[in-house]
Design a protein around this ligand. Sequence first.
Ligand SMILES: Nc1nc2c(ncn2[C@@H]2O[C@H](COP(=O)(O)OP(=O)(O)OP(=O)(O)O)[C@@H](O)[C@H]2O)c(=O)[nH]1
Ligand SMILES: [Zn+2]
Length: 226
Amino acid sequence: MDNPVPAASAADGAAPAADGHLTESLRTPLRSDAFTLSDEEKITAIAGHFREIMEVLGLDLSDDSLNGTPRRVAKMYVQEWFRGLNPEHRPDVKLFENRYQYQNLLVERDITLFSCCEHHFVPIIGKAHVAYLPGEHVVGLSKLNRVVQYYARRPQVQERLTRQIAEELKQALRTDDVAVLIEADHLCVMSRGVNDTSSGTLTAEYGGAFNTDSALRQEFLRLVGK
Ligand SMILES: Nc1nc2c(ncn2[C@@H]2O[C@H](COP(=O)(O)OP(=O)(O)OP(=O)(O)O)[C@@H](O)[C@H]2O)c(=O)[nH]1
Ligand SMILES: [Zn+2]
């Protein structure tokens, strides 16, 4: 790993804490044995449990179309939807010397965001816009998207997701001058419960100059179309 993560309890052989680099209140709640099982062992276990859910619902698992569903769902959870729980997938955010002396706002807007509501385990779909003020360093653009994806691919609430991305970017870019805006639709609000398909959720985190300089914040909001 290029981004070493401090071990939570290396003494008892437990796996490293996924979010050991984040302030405690921002960490995704994970047990210390979260990575004792391999991905393949997790897929097998989850497939077994999902099969039981389908059986309780009365579905006939001998049907060709349903037979592979438990394993399909398990693979989707471990390898895709929740891959950001595993610190092995934490992106390596390389910095480059800012030899162009570019010192204005840099905005990466409309980053595709797929996440999962941790209360109902249904999708959260939206866009993230992130910005920073380069100092001595600049970063490869795709790394901004990768940081968003890493934290999105977990069971989430939008507030924590927003703050995790901001905190990671502050550390990686070595500056507090970071802004994160997320606009998202929650399937738990749209498809069940209150059944509202028109509302959306916006969350924002403004660090450093974005917090103190309202003109800079307005410029960011203008560039992302808000
Ligand atoms: N703050 C926050 N709440 C969320 C997020 N995603 C879902 N929720 C809310 O989590 C709450 C869970 O509330 P509960 O009353 O325990 O669950 P519920 O009975 O399914 O609630 P309803 O959705 O109102 O039917 C709901 O109000 C959801 O809308 C999120 O990202 N942030
Ligand atoms: Zn929900």
